[in-house]
Design a protein around this ligand. Structure first.
Ligand code: ITT
Length: 191
């Protein structure tokens, strides 16, 4: 089965393809000839995930899904949340975003956080939604080279290492995206 993954983030494609295995083939935006920037102007993860998938479905008429993810930090009242990509500005720099988080948490003891992913699927014209989350803490400093985005400063609960110190398989087993994709796979297998 072929499904378009409506994302411009190559890291997400790598993670999700590993989870989907051979039963599903991911088609990229490039594969369907979509070179425009996907609109992402909503104020919730749900809204953005839906907006990205609907854009692709309306313009290209293919079955597709989109992922919107946010890092929600308790002591920062859920920030950066839906604004995770541009937290430190429009240059979308992971280094600057992580530094802003660390600066804002300086001197604050509560470092609890969660990653939350919403996946929206449009299959045969019908809309479906799946959610995955993982709780953890924000480290004092970045560590690790794997993964992407905020991975070097996020330590999932029950672990000592950041997501960026884990292999792709280890992260996928416990991550927000891994959990949301598992729900997507269960749905597709029963469809
Ligand atoms: P698309 O919208 O094209 O899918 P994006 O990178 O803009 O790609 P999001 O809006 O979902 O994706 O990402 C929000 C931010 O959260 C962005 O800065 C990512 O680097 C970061 N992020 C998303 N998933 C992550 C993960 O699994 N680990 C660490 N950071 C992540």
């Amino acid at each position: 089965m072929k499904l378009c993954f409506a994302t411009n983030n190559a890291h997400k494609i790598t993670e999700v393809q590993q989870l989907l295995g051979n039963a599903f083939e991911i088609v990229s935006l490039q594969d369907i000839g979509c070179t425009e920037e996907l609109p992402e102007t909503q104020e919730t993860l749900e809204g953005n995930a839906r907006q990205k998938a609907e854009f692709v479905y309306q313009h290209y008429q293919v079955d597709c899904f989109a992922d919107d993810t946010g890092l929600e930090i308790e002591a920062l009242h859920g920030e950066p949340g839906v604004y995770s990509a541009r937290y430190a500005g429009s240059q979308r720099s992971s280094q600057a975003n992580m530094q802003k988080v660390l600066n804002n948490l300086e001197g604050i003891e509560n470092r609890k956080a969660q990653f939350r992913t919403i996946i929206s699927l449009i299959l045969e014209g019908k809309f479906h939604i799946f959610e995955g989350a993982v709780v953890g803490t924000i480290a004092q400093q970045p560590s690790g080279q794997q993964g992407f985005g905020y991975d070097p400063i996020f330590i999932p609960e029950g672990h000592e290492q950041s997501f960026a110190e884990m292999s792709l398989e280890e992260k996928n087993q416990i991550s927000h995206r891994g959990r949301a994709v598992q729900k997507l796979v269960d749905f597709l297998k029963n469809h």
